[in-house]
Design a binder for this molecule. Structure first.
Ligand code: GDP
Ligand code: MG
Length: 440
């Protein structure tokens, strides 16, 4: 996510930290560079200008320049302003006092609306809320089918319709949700490739007919300022209440994410980070800011880990880590748990200090895991505990014993040492904090 932007910001701030003495000139220079970086990331021109202005005014304060760590202070101010720009605090979905809560989803075609509707439904069901899905996209038969397929995959009821108009479907779905005791009704709407008045008239009509608690505008995070411009057009007509940014898993530059809140004044509520139905996260301005600044997103990582990792095993692992007894057996165990957490690259970039580590080797298929298992099985208990002692002749013996090659053994040992690095990354952050998240 936003790799290019992060890389450049890291570079600029690294340079600033490298100056022996910091003065107004260095700071101004650095911020000019940051401004250029923001524009390259397709951040709205005015947003970038105002943002840099704010950071500059605060950074040039006497306290900052006089402090022992002025560069760090500038980064801190930058971070604070960034959190602010992204909305400050988490903005949760509004609930209706009388169920069902009505959530309407709108945006351009292809922005990820239908996928998001299913994601939101799954997300809510994990929170114990039952939702009904409905699609008022009557123009493309495939659209209805798509929602049905998605709904089936997550065991969510999709409101059936045949020939009604978009508004009737919306009203009917709300009625059905009410009668059947659903907590939430999620209404997917038809998009168009470009803003057009017919589409706008229709969504406005639906809005007036069902009076939604939330209208979420879905913006394709890959499209930068285009997304911001269509957001403006939708805001004028539809006055939406929140934003969903999708496709942040791709090589989105960051422009939409950084400008859309400032330009529309509406909070980003969710982000979508993949095609699968569980690739959805609540938007946390502070976490996003630290990701952009390359500080990793340890809390999201921990939450993901919490979902996948067996608590008891985590507790045991923690003890081992504390005593530095992490062995290849544990490593094997971890590989399997990590596989359950989802694409490893997504997780790796959340860990402070280990961004850029390539874990392609680990994210392997079952065969690779079987090989790993065979190799570990061919080691003596001592070797498993102290992989450092595995020299050339031991490697050969292990390879023969496991029916693999010395290269395979080498690769495994390398993966293991990368894993240890990753764990060090975690421990720098403080295990206490991390493991508290596991509920200990
Ligand atoms: N990589 C990625 N693809 C997404 C994401 N959200 C949606 N998509 C894909 O984008 C395409 C359009 O999504 P869809 O939900 O049909 O958009 P709609 O026309 O607005 O309803 C589909 O191929 C989705 O699988 C996301 O967060 N990441
Ligand atoms: Mg759709």
């Amino acid at each position: 996510m936003f790799d290019e932007l992060t890389k450049k910001l890291e570079y600029t701030f690294q340079k600033l930290k490298g100056h022996g003495k910091i003065n107004e000139k260095n700071i101004s220079e650095a911020l000019r560079e940051v401004r250029r970086t923001l524009l390259e990331a397709d951040v709205n021109y005015k947003v970038a200008k105002d943002f840099i202005e704010a950071v500059k005014n605060k950074s040039l304060g006497k306290e900052v320049l006089r402090s022992i760590t002025p560069a760090q202070q500038v980064i801190k101010i930058f971070n604070e302003e960034l959190v602010d720009l992204l909305g400050g605090t988490v903005s949760r979905l509004k609930d209706s006092s009388v169920p069902p809560t009505k959530i309407m989803v709108a945006g351009l075609q292809g922005s990820g609306k239908t996928t998001f509707c299913a994601k939101l439904s799954l997300f809510l069901s994990k929170k114990g809320k039952k939702s009904l899905l409905a699609s008022s996209d009557i123009y493309r038969p495939a659209a209805k089918n798509q929602l049905e397929v998605l709904g089936n995959s997550i065991n969510t009821f999709v409101y059936p319709y045949d020939k009604e108009g978009a508004v009737e479907i919306a009203v009917g779905a709300v009625e059905e949700a009410k009668n059947r005791g659903y907590d939430v009704v999620i209404l997917d709407t038809a998009g168009r490739l470009h803003i057009n008045s017919e589409m706008m008239d229709e969504v406005v009509e639906i809005k007036n007919a069902i009076n939604p608690n939330e209208i979420l505008f879905v913006a394709d995070g890959m499209t930068g300022q285009d997304a911001v411009n269509s957001a403006k057009a939708f805001l004028e007509r539809l006055d939406f209440t929140g934003i969903v940014l999708t496709k942040l898993d791709g090589d989105a530059k960051g422009g939409a994410a950084l400008s859309i809140r400032a330009v529309t004044g509406r909070p980003i509520k969710f982000i979508s980070i993949g095609e699968k139905v569980d690739a959805i996260d609540i938007f946390h301005p502070d976490r996003m800011a630290s990701r952009i600044l390359g500080m990793g997103d340890i809390i999201t990582l921990v939450e993901k880990a919490e979902e996948a990792v067996d608590r008891e095993k985590a507790l045991k692992l923690e003890k081992k880590l504390r005593k530095e007894e992490f062995t290849l057996e544990d490593f094997y165990d971890q590989l399997q748990q990590i596989k359950r957490m989802g694409p490893i690259e997504n997780l790796i970039e959340m860990i402070p200090g280990v961004r850029g580590l390539k874990f392609k080797d680990i994210r392997e298929n079952g065969d690779e895991l079987k090989k790993t298992e065979a190799i570990i099985n061919s080691m003596t208990p001592e070797e498993r505990r102290k992989p450092k002692i595995i020299n050339g002749s031991r490697r050969l013996r292990i390879a023969r014993g496991s029916g693999t090659s010395v290269q395979d053994v080498n690769r495994l040992l390398k993966q293991f040492s990368q894993m240890q690095k990753m764990i060090k990354g975690l421990s720098r952050f403080g295990f206490g904090k991390v493991f508290k998240q596991f509920g200990f």
